[in-house]
Ligand binder design. Sequence first.
Ligand SMILES: [Zn+2]
Length: 137
Amino acid sequence: MSMIKKGTKLYSIIKSKCPHCQEGSFFEGSMFKGTPKQKCDVCQEPFSKEPGFYQGSYYVVYALGVAVFVTIWCSIELFIGDIGFRGDLISVIVGLILTAPFTYPLSKTIWANMFFHYNGHLKDENNELESGEGRVS
Ligand SMILES: [Zn+2]
């Protein structure tokens, strides 16, 4: 689990954390509902730039859908062989439906991470300064 370092965008995306501080959770309740909070509970930074901000995440969910499609189609060609057009089509549709609970919320965290950047290191630097002063006295 510690393979993904805090401070990277991947950490925020995989763990569904606030893109600003990576402490607070990104979603309201379960990630599978896919509803981002208005702002972070920990750092109070907003998760949206304007009304309808997350409509842009449909570009991301489209890209993820294409990735799922290509993965399924290539897997069928490589490991199963020719199952006909109808077989391919049904496999891809079932695959897209099964991965939708993951790609839908993922698209929102990816979209947010395209516009918001990690600022937790600023807080860490301030903490170091404070603890440094503590050591002097
Ligand atoms: Zn935060």
